[in-house]
Design a protein around this ligand. Structure first.
Ligand code: PLP
Length: 413
């Protein structure tokens, strides 16, 4: 796999911090993936499903009214910024997560594993995994913190309707990190029959590289689409970062190509109530190096190395870790990471709705909110700047959250 460093390591980040019994399973997965990606029939099947089932390629859309809005807020003249939205919200199930789960479940079937497990916080990855399992007729079991089961009832129902079994996890804080531990424990016990479908560019090697490659279709398509429209590469690429899979997916093609070193990469984390409070999910802005979910990366932890609860209004960014390659890109300076608060994300959600007629996911709204700050960092260009944004998902799932916010804050817009 085309990682910047030796297999499994991104500089000092990544690796495999797992029970001995899982090393063989991770080796098996790595070998199966190496084999599958060299098999034309497998790749053809994956491509076919991405086009006929997922709906790829997703459109690249020039958001003219948003562009002018961003230019104005950044103190630039109208027409000097062109914002391009890569519409992952139009993929089946409404977000980029399906790119990964279709690939991994196809791989599970190839490996002869009849059972797929996943862990989920908000339920979005659980739904994407359940969808892919329904498509292939594989058994699907999803671990979810008991608190999240209560908070995310519509996604629990979706998973069940898709034929998955949802296991509420009662340990610890009864949220995502407890569900992650439970999924790893289950995998240790059932490793012979079970594939563990990890939902982001996190977890032990080979997951960060595997998920990166499955999501890299986003950036490959976007780069070609933008080139067809403008004849050039973007000046900047922007994506929100939870675990970091939609960001890595759109960054990958630019990271791998030395000729693209002038393309600036920006990841946007959730600042929740503010990065100087204890209620945020800004792992790369405020975390420290530690081990979570079987890999070394930046994490939110206390002095004793206990993982802290993350907070964000968007459930998909509410994760106390981040994929190891992002930690590497941060420390090497290849990518820059910013953080956006709940209230700024909500304002961006509304402004995208009003300027472009798109109700985006609250995760995505963080990337939109950061655009004026990002543009202000770019040198002016006479012909105008092209900014490529990963519109990672649609906002239907967030309407109740947005309604509650409007009621709480009395927001009229
Ligand atoms: C899950 C999710 C995210 C965050 O996950 P990444 O792995 O960081 O991409 C972002 N946007 C949407 C719409 C999501 O569902």
């Amino acid at each position: 796999m085309s990682s910047p460093t030796t297999a499994g390591w991104f500089g000092p980040f990544g690796g495999r911090y797992v029970a001995e019994t899982l090393v063989a399973a991770l080796d098996e997965l790595e070998a199966a993936w190496r084999d599958a990606r060299a098999d034309g029939a497998f790749l053809h099947e994956l491509d076919r499903l991405l086009s006929t089932y997922v709906g790829r390629p997703t459109p690249l859309y020039h958001a003219e009214r948003l562009s002018d809005d961003v230019a104005r807020t950044a103190g630039r003249r109208a027409g000097t910024i062109r914002v391009w939205l890569k519409r992952e919200d139009l993929a089946h199930t409404g977000a980029h997560k399906i790119n990964n789960t279709i690939g991994q479940v196809l791989l599970a079937r190839r490996m002869g594993k009849p059972r797929v497990i996943a862990e989920t916080g908000a339920g979005q990855h659980g739904v994407a995994t359940a969808t892919a399992c329904a498509l292939f007729g594989l058994r699907c079991e999803v671990f979810m913190g008991e608190l999240d089961v209560a908070r995310q009832a519509p996604n629990v129902l979706r998973m069940e309707l898709l034929g998955a079994q949802v296991h509420p996890v009662r340990a610890g804080s009864r949220t995502l990190k407890d569900a992650m531990n439970e999924a790893l424990r289950d995998w240790v016990t059932h490793v012979r029959t079970t594939h563990y479908c990890v939902g982001s560019v996190a977890g032990p090697h080979p997951y960060p590289s595997l998920v990166r490659e499955l999501q890299s279709v986003i950036g490959r398509e976007a780069r070609a689409q933008l080139f067809a429209a403008t004849g050039r590469s973007p000046d900047a690429v922007v994506a929100c970062v939870g675990g970091g899979s939609n960001a890595m997916g759109i960054f990958a093609t630019f990271v791998d190509d030395p000729g693209s070193s002038a393309v600036r990469l920006f990841g946007v984390e959730a600042a929740g109530h503010g990065i100087d409070t204890n209620e945020h999910a800004a792992t790369l802005s405020r975390g420290s190096v530690g081990v979570l979910h079987g890999a070394k990366s930046y994490v939110l932890q206390d002095e004793d190395g206990q993982i802290l609860e993350a907070h964000s209004i968007s459930a998909g960014l509410d994760y106390p870790g981040v994929g190891p390659e992002h930690s590497f890109l941060r420390d090497s300076g290849r990518a820059r990471y910013l953080a956006v608060t709940d209230s700024d994300a909500l304002a961006a959600f509304s402004s995208l709705a009003r300027t472009e007629g798109i109700l985006c996911a609250l995760e995505t709204a963080h990337a939109i909110a950061a655009l004026p700050r990002i543009v202000a960092e770019l040198p002016e260009r006479h012909e105008g700047l092209d900014v490529l944004v990963s519109l990672s998902g649609r906002g239907d799932k967030d309407l109740a959250t947005v309604r509650d916010w409007r009621e709480r804050t009395g927001a009229a817009s």
